[in-house]
Design a protein around this ligand. Structure first.
Ligand code: GDP
Length: 369
């Protein structure tokens, strides 16, 4: 077809034959999209007890959900799984970002799987470390484990209050154990509060350290070192071997100055290389010896009982707080009181008393009705 604009002399825009555009609706899609079916608590429990990974994952999603109906189902599932839980070794693993947690967990995990165990890797990370590309418990960080059928990896429940995130992880432990996972790793970043939460849900607490520059105890709070049942110095390879061994000696000296641990177990310091897989067996030998020791002395049982009591109190505290802050008009009342405090019209203590009085009176009225 002749067109003046297609003339070779023409300097303006040319007309091209177009392509027919795709329909916006997929012609092969007929009917309504299928909604994912929801399961009864009994179906979840049955699936979990059979070791069905997809049922386990779905149940964990319910545990993590903040929707009330999901929580109701989750609590029932947990309750029914409880009698089947507890038969595992729970190990907390911490270290500052870059210490080599994911590299090491990959190797430690393969080591325990080779011994015939099933492993669940969970994480607690209430902060937003995630923006720095270090999503704890992220599958892509544990390449070998993520392809292994005997490993179940679950990243940290999404950011929230530490108490809430920790409770969800603890509940997830129950589900994993009921599903037959007899080794549980709980990963956390060794820089803050989360370690105390992890410590309260594991049997053994492993601290991954590096040979530092200068002060070997840098970056890790003394309190975290005191919680450790074992300290391992990673990256003991290549020309770092001497420095790692020196750091180990310094840690051993530092540990002498610490008060005895409640279990009377003497924390050990071991060098290894997560990347090259050197001396992983030595690390694991220490952990096995610890379990033999605490099972013999009865400390294992005692600590688990203490933890169970602690979690009941924690859950009560957490739920009471949530119920209080969610109660109608509390938010407004708190804002008013804050203004009064700032204007020096009322003290913090009488303001707190007023708000609590309001809450308890209203609560009584609602329950009387
Ligand atoms: P995370 O942030 O604690 O999980 O640390 P990563 O496991 O991601 O490791 C941080 C960096 O240290 C990565 O570049 C790893 O390859 C490296 N790394 C980890 N373990 C070792 C080791 O044993 N030796 C050496 N040389 N490098 C390691």
């Amino acid at each position: 077809m002749h067109h003046p604009e297609n003339d070779s002399e023409y300097k303006g825009l040319t007309v091209n034959s177009g392509v027919s555009s795709q329909p916006t609706v997929n012609p092969y899609l007929t009917g309504r999209p299928r909604r994912r079916r929801s399961f009864t608590p009994a179906e979840y429990v049955e699936g979990i007890l059979k070791g069905d990974i997809s049922m386990l994952s779905r149940a964990v999603t319910l545990v993590e959900s903040t929707v009330d109906e999901h929580q109701a189902v989750a609590q029932e599932v947990i309750e029914k799984c409880l009698p089947h839980s507890g038969k595992s070794r729970r190990i907390g693993i911490t270290g500052v970002p870059g210490a080599g947690k994911s590299t090491s967990i990959d190797e430690f995990g393969l080591h325990v799987i080779r011994q015939g165990h099933k492993l669940a890797v969970l994480a607690i990370d209430p902060s937003s470390e995630r923006t720095r590309g270090s999503i704890l418990g992220d599958k892509t960080r544990m390449e070998k484990l993520s392809q292994n059928h005997d490993a179940f990896i679950r990243p940290s429940p999404s950011a929230g209050s530490l108490g809430g995130v920790a409770r969800k992880t603890r509940e997830t432990i129950v589900l994993c154990e009921a599903a037959g996972y007899d080794r549980i790793f709980v990963e956390t970043v060794g820089v803050g509060q989360s370690e105390t939460a992890v410590h309260s849900m594991v049997d053994f607490f492993l601290l991954i350290q590096l040979a530092g520059t200068g002060d070997e105890l840098q970056g890790i709070k003394r309190g975290i070192m005191e919680m450790a049942d074992g300290i391992v110095i990673n990256k003991c390879d290549g020309d770092n071997v001497e420095r790692a061994r020196l750091a180990a000696a310094q840690f051993r000296n530092a540990l002498h100055l610490f008060p005895p641990t409640p279990s009377r177990w003497k924390p050990e310091v071991i060098t290894y290389s997560g990347y090259f897989g050197y001396d992983i067996d030595k690390v694991w030998d220490m952990i096995d010896r610890y379990f033999d020791y605490v099972e013999r002395t009865g400390y294992f049982e005692r600590k688990r009982n203490e933890q169970a009591k602690y979690w009941m109190t924690e859950t009560i505290n957490e739920q009471l707080k949530a119920s209080f802050y969610r109660f109608p008009q509390i938010k407004e009342l708190l804002e008013q009181k804050e203004m009064r405090i700032l204007n020096n019209e009322q003290s913090s203590f009488t303001a707190a008393r007023d708000v609590l009085d309001f809450y308890f009176t209203r609560l009584r009225q609602t329950s009387d009705r």
